[in-house]
Design a protein. Structure first.
Length: 85
């Protein structure tokens, strides 16, 4: 990929031009890394939001289950049944 490309460019570049060429290449690599880091951060933020919502919903479901059990319904293996008397 990138290493092969810069090696090819440097092979065809005169000695006085190599430093600016390498600088430009490094800048482009850093720019791409910054782009991917920002994209990664956005994906992590979205995933965190989804996880928080899922945990919030699970907590609500657990709390509702507790109320229903007090009203004579029990939960067994995820299925609600009438509580035994």
């Amino acid at each position: 990929g990138e290493i092969n490309r810069i090696n090819q460019v440097l092979r065809d570049t005169t000695s006085p031009q190599k430093t600016p060429v390498v600088r430009d290449w490094i800048r482009s690599v850093i720019s791409r890394l910054d782009h991917y880091k920002a994209e990664h951060k956005t994906i992590l933020k979205d995933a965190t939001t989804l996880l928080e919502l899922a945990l919030w919903k699970a907590n609500l479901d657990d709390n509702e289950g507790g109320i229903i059990e007090k009203e004579g319904v029990r939960t067994t293996r995820g299925r609600r049944k009438r509580a035994r008397k």
